[in-house]
Design a protein. Structure first.
Length: 144
């Protein structure tokens, strides 16, 4: 059975209910959602840095294609039936979700093994750039 993959890059807030609905599969007993949110406090070099917000930019056609390819690879490595990825673009406030990954599989182990791999690959391969804006007014672009 082939996996169903959905990829969305959006400037709108991530709706967890949409992700959950998109993962629906009557043959899957395991559903796992990872939600990455903007954190306020970061420890770097022994100092605490406060973030005001994040801003994401991407070359959308390329980012969508690479994210699709990444999820396809995951579906070939693990028995995943539904794979959903939603990533925000634009400004994301502290506490708001930047990324949601949803996986559905007949059994939990496939989802639990695939999720860290997917997130590592997303951060390393998908051309989405993050600008962190700090409380002192400074900014830093981050991309692997």
């Amino acid at each position: 059975m082939s996996a169903r993959i959905q990829v969305v890059l959006s400037r709108q807030p991530i709706l967890l209910s949409w992700v959950q609905d998109a993962m629906g599969d009557p043959d899957s007993g395991a559903n796992l959602i990872f939600l990455g949110t903007t954190r306020r406090r970061t420890l770097a070099d022994g100092a605490t840095i406060f973030t005001d917000r994040l801003e994401y930019e991407a070359y959308q056609p390329m980012a969508e294609q690479e994210l699709q390819r990444l999820l396809q690879e995951a579906s070939e490595k693990w028995d995943l039936r539904r794979l959903v990825a939603v990533h925000r673009l634009g400004v994301v406030a502290v506490g708001d979700a930047s990324v949601a990954i949803g996986l559905a599989s007949p059994h939990r182990l496939a989802c639990m093994q695939a999720m860290p791999w997917i997130m590592d690959q997303l951060k390393n391969r998908v051309p989405i750039w993050k600008q962190e804006q700090f409380s002192d007014g400074s900014r830093q672009w981050i991309h692997p």
